[in-house]
Design a protein around this ligand. Structure first.
Ligand SMILES: NC(=O)C1=CN([C@@H]2O[C@H](COP(=O)(O)OP(=O)(O)OC[C@H]3O[C@@H](n4cnc5c(N)ncnc54)[C@H](OP(=O)(O)O)[C@@H]3O)[C@@H](O)[C@H]2O)C=CC1
Ligand SMILES: CC(=O)N[C@@H](CCC(=O)OP(=O)(O)O)C(=O)O
Length: 348
């Protein structure tokens, strides 16, 4: 099997480093180029000593003419507002691009000003991007040159919620999503809100009503089910390093026992190697997917309130970012879906 030469723009960030870790164990991809910004010129091991004697590479500046002949596929693990400017240059050179940022997830260019706070510079490319939720978009992803990798919260939310909507088990206008995340979700760039003394022994609700993942989740619900919904979505920062838990409260509209709903979920995900529907009565915890590409889903039918409560957990850096990006790379190249991703979660 031929190796595909890949590069990472934003290699010095948390999701960039996680891409490196996962790509090192990938059977068909070889890392050829690492690009960073303020740390350009340094060795990767100066930034991340864990890679000593494993990978010896320098962090370079982005120069499309210089890298075009060296890579066939680029991952963008850059802050929002960066990839929209440079991905079109890469596409013109025939490089496949997988963007881990939000820059190509929304179809409506005007939404970027409202939800992300920047003006998108290449709105004509938004319709060329395929949303990389692999479990729902596999065929389109296989044939795409530009993949918008889903956000971490949308990944956990959509995998947990879409079957309930597809099966018309719940009222689409009743959805409340309570999201919790570890601090690595905010990236490696230092900020006050990520300091140990701010996060430790604390829980903090943030971006209520204006989180950038709201339009992404609503857009995907529409694409898969045709439902135009307005969700209530609140995220909380909690004192852990990795992990996302989304607990979703929904009103049941179809009389169904937990056995029926559970069977419906199992049928939807029977061929998805990275979604595990937990047995009835078993609710997943974030540590049970730590370091892995799994999304685990637990279901509870509350007969007292007629609600279906769905709990979905992922590792934000793996299934929520770099693992899912590699899952998409596997589809684009026609490889095994789980190539390089088959490892079990780390526990405890
Ligand atoms: N962390 C997570 O759990 C998840 C992150 N994402 C998304 O992935 C992207 C990366 O996130 P994360 O790894 O956390 O971020 P980090 O802040 O940890 O890293 C950002 C990286 O981008 C580089 N960078 C910054 N500006 C530029 C630029 N203009 N040109 C090239 N490189 C640049 C930085 O380089 P340097 O350090 O040298 O300045 C650094 O390598 C974000 O868009 C984020 O929203 C998505 C899902 C989950
Ligand atoms: C803890 C923390 O701040 N998490 C970030 C995760 C965002 C992210 O990963 O960015 P994308 O929009 O590119 O998906 C947040 O909630 O905004």
């Amino acid at each position: 099997m031929k190796y595909v030469k890949v590069g990472i723009v934003g290699a010095n960030g948390y999701s960039g480093a996680e891409l490196i870790r996962l790509l090192l164990q990938h059977p068909y991809a070889s890392i050829e180029v690492l690009i960073s910004n303020s740390t350009t010129g340094s060795l990767l091991t100066e930034q991340y000593p864990q890679f000593q004697d494993i990978i010896h590479m320098k962090l370079d500046t982005f120069n499309i003419n210089e890298i075009a002949s060296r890579v066939e596929l680029l991952f963008f693990a850059t802050p929002s507002g960066v990839a929209n400017k440079i991905i079109p240059l890469c596409l013109e050179k025939g490089i496949k691009c997988i963007d881990l940022s939000g820059d190509f997830r929304l179809r409506n260019g005007d939404d970027y000003v409202h939800w992300y706070g920047f003006e998108h510079e290449n709105v004509e490319y938004l319709s060329k991007a395929v949303y990389g939720l692999a479990e729902y978009n596999e065929e389109k992803i296989r044939n795409s040159q530009l993949i918008a990798n889903p956000g971490c919260f949308p990944t956990a939310t959509l995998l947990g919620l879409l079957p309930a909507l597809q099966g018309e088990w719940i009222d689409p206008n009743s959805i409340i999503i309570d999201g919790k995340t570890g601090v690595s979700g905010a990236g490696r760039k230092p900020k006050v809100g990520s300091l140990f003394s701010e996060v430790n022994e604390n829980v903090n609700a943030y971006k209520i009503g204006h989180h950038q993942h709201i339009p992404e989740i609503e857009q995907s619900i529409f694409d898969v089910t045709g439902n135009k919904v307005n969700i209530s979505f609140t995220t909380h920062l909690i004192p852990m390093t990795r992990g996302i838990m989304c607990t979703m409260y929904t009103k049941l509209v179809k009389k169904g026992t937990i056995d029926e709903v559970h069977q419906y979920y199992e049928d939807i995900f029977k061929d998805s190697e990275f979604v595990r529907v937990r047995p009835i009565g078993n609710i997943p915890a974030t540590k049970e997917v730590y370091g892995s590409n799994y999304c685990d889903i637990g279901l509870y039918v509350d007969e007292r309130t007629d609600r279906l409560i769905i709990v979905s957990v992922i590792d934000n850096l793996v299934k929520g970012a770099s693992g899912q990006a590699i899952q998409n790379m596997n589809l684009v190249n026609g490889w095994d879906r789980s190539a390089g991703l088959a490892s079990a979660p780390i526990f405890p």
